[in-house]
Design a protein around this ligand. Sequence first.
Ligand code: MG
Ligand code: ZN
Length: 225
Amino acid sequence: MEIIVGKRILSANAETAADNRRKLRAEGVLAVNLLGSPGAGKTTLLEALIPHIRGRLTAAVIEGDLATARDAERIEATGLSAIQINTGGGCHLDAGMVASAFDSLDFGALDLLLIENVGNLVCTAGFDLGEHLRVVVLSVTEGDDKVEKYPPMFRSANCLVLNKIDLLPHTNFDVERTTREARILSRSVEVMGVSATSGEGVETFARWLIEQRRNWIAGKDHAKQ
Ligand code: MG
Ligand code: ZN
């Protein structure tokens, strides 16, 4: 019984997600679902990214959290508009929540919508939000066993950001092993090392996003249309 209910929820979500994706596509707004554990550095990565895309892409951010508007406030402090969605205890964003934020966004003025999901390596992977690309943030302090332990998350990744690489000398994290395992699950995944706090690698991430949007507008490459 519970399984049937779960399937119905997922199929309703898939329809709303497809609607979201069509609306975004019609407006030329590339949507990126940013996923990862709590503390992986998703918000810090966005804060570091924003100065690198300024003047190159116009972006807005949707922040998903169980409670508080803290992350949206951090993003707004950089000068970007941010909409906070509080899930009220829910452990993932769904397509309906994202749709409800659309009214507050000026799509005509946007190139890029960055959606920071609730910190969670499990069920966030199962909910399509209507995004065109998925970026998974895994910090090297979380350990290099996570790709094999949480396959759905990494299977759907277009880009894997290995964050906190400034801390690599203090860990036994194996970048090559992680890259190899991630590419088994998602053959074309782009893997990049970043330190959101020192800024290392952030320009590479910015350039990847800019290139993805250019290719997406042209109807090429891996982003969903
Ligand atoms: Mg956050
Ligand atoms: Zn959940």
